[in-house]
Write a protein that binds this ligand. Structure first.
Ligand code: AMP
Ligand code: MG
Length: 430
């Protein structure tokens, strides 16, 4: 069912703490997230194709994992009740059982079964004694005291229970989930369709790769960082190239992008001075708010929709990012990424951040959030952070050298060397 999209401006005007000239980072993120919605549409695919994609439906476990009670160790399966509370217990060895085959024999009280890791534990036996602690004498095994009931015993369904949801809709599939689906015997899963994201750069000064730069030109790096960030999120990227600072060209590009995408990302041309004709243009094509976000880098940003009802498929959400290369990356990670994840249908969780000692002093003005590019490093076994040198919003090297953002909160002032700061790690393990 198509859900009505609340008017962006309507939603904004209802917010009494809304100041488009100094919007706190958290407020801008909330506003964006309150407007975008998951796209409709899903497809069945081989589980391996689900990596980095979002589950569209719960996966109900068709079987127990593990399927049977089984042994976690090589040793002897016993009835705990047969073991003496103090002193050794001698049990007759009834036979041996291996992983992959059920044990056919019957056991009587007072008997133990030699068992290998993963082998089914026959009914009645409830504990596994590891082979390293026992003594085998002829056809008997001598078990020392102190064995715990239920030890080294893996219960059927202790990992995943048949009939229960093994994975919930909205789960972003990582290698663990691909393996978990395989452990259930699933060949295919239902995935949310991939998000279509159109992007273009704006600026008369942008030169193309493969051509020498003319005086005053810079190579268009933003489309390459954006491409990388979108690819990593698993989006279908529609690269529309460079669009000149010309209202007619921008209008044509925005309309084309809207016709074939769920979201449009542009860079450049949203700061004061340039914004005037874009503002008028965007107001005509949809509903777009221009924000000055209380942050550094990344102050100017536009957000809104172009065309019809963006969530319903006949319009697209627009993220008009600033032009400076570092500002593009910071605003993408802080605002666009969570929004796209929500649109992909992924359950979004706040990224973990943690506090470490900052080894350098940092200048910081209260009243805005700053994202300093930082390097987490080890010093005598302790993790610390330091900034990655020059922090200009055009210095992309500050991102390349970094492994984290040092997040200096809105109200915070200068940081003295040795103070604790919050960091957001850039790379995860999985
Ligand atoms: P703007 O926001 O359009 O005023 O651009 C701010 C700064 O970012 C200017 O120095 C631009 O030259 C630079 N810039 C804008 N777009 C790009 C891009 N695609 N690649 C690299 N630099 C850019
Ligand atoms: Mg520009």
């Amino acid at each position: 069912m198509k859900q009505p999209t609340p008017s962006v401006l309507q939603a904004l005007s209802c917010a009494d703490d809304y100041d488009p000239n100094s919007l706190p980072v958290s407020r801008a993120r909330e506003l964006i997230l309150s407007l975008v919605a998951p796209v409709a549409g899903s497809e069945r695919a081989f589980i391996r194709l689900g990596l980095n994609r979002v589950l569209a439906e719960d996966v109900i476990a068709p079987v127990n994992v593990p399927a049977h009670d089984n042994s976690a160790m090589d040793g002897y399966a016993v009835r705990h009740a047969d073991l003496a509370a103090t002193g050794e217990t001698r049990l007759k060895i009834a036979g041996t059982t291996y992983a992959g085959k059920a044990y056919e024999g019957a056991l009587t009280p007072g008997e133990a079964l030699r068992i290998m890791t993963g082998a089914i534990v026959p009914p009645g036996l409830d504990s596994i004694v590891i082979q390293e602690v026992v003594r085998v004498e002829g056809d008997s095994v001598v078990i020392p005291p102190g064995q715990r009931a239920g030890q080294n015993f893996r219960h059927a369904g202790e990992d995943l229970k048949a009939g229960q949801p093994a994975l919930k809709a909205g789960k972003l599939l990582r290698p663990a989930e691909i393996g978990l689906l395989a452990s259930l015997g699933q060949v295919e899963v239902t995935l949310k369709r991939r998000l279509r994201v159109a992007m273009f750069s704006t600026g008369d000064e942008l030169g193309s790769l493969g051509k020498p730069l003319q005086p005053g030109q810079v190579y268009d790096s933003n489309r390459y960082t954006l491409w990388g960030m979108l690819e990593r999120l698993g989006c279908e990227v529609l690269d529309m190239g460079v669009v000149k600072d010309d209202p007619a060209a921008l209008e044509a590009a925005l309309l084309e992008a809207t016709s074939c995408s769920d979201a449009i990302i542009t860079s450049g041309g949203v700061s004061v001075g340039e914004a005037d004709f874009i503002r008028e243009l965007m107001a005509r094509l949809g509903e777009v708010a221009f924000w000055k976000i209380a942050m550094k880098p990344g102050r100017p940003m536009a957000f809104g929709r172009i065309g019809g009802v963006a969530n319903a498929g006949n319009g697209a959400w627009l993220f008009g990012l600033p032009g400076n290369p570092v500002a593009v990356m910071v605003t993408f990670y802080q605002f666009v990424r969570p929004a796209l994840l929500k649109m992909m249908g992924a359950e979004t969780a706040t990224l973990p951040s943690f506090r470490v000692t900052c080894s350098a002093a940092l200048k910081k003005a209260p009243g805005r959030t700053e994202f300093v590019r930082g390097l987490l490093y080890q010093d005598n076994g302790e993790w610390r952070v330091r900034p990655t040198g020059a922090q200009g919003s055009g210095i992309l090297r500050s991102m390349s050298d970094a492994n984290c953002f040092i997040v200096l909160e809105h109200e915070r002032g200068n940081v003295a060397a040795g103070e604790m700061v919050s960091v957001q790690a850039m790379e995860g393990l999985v």
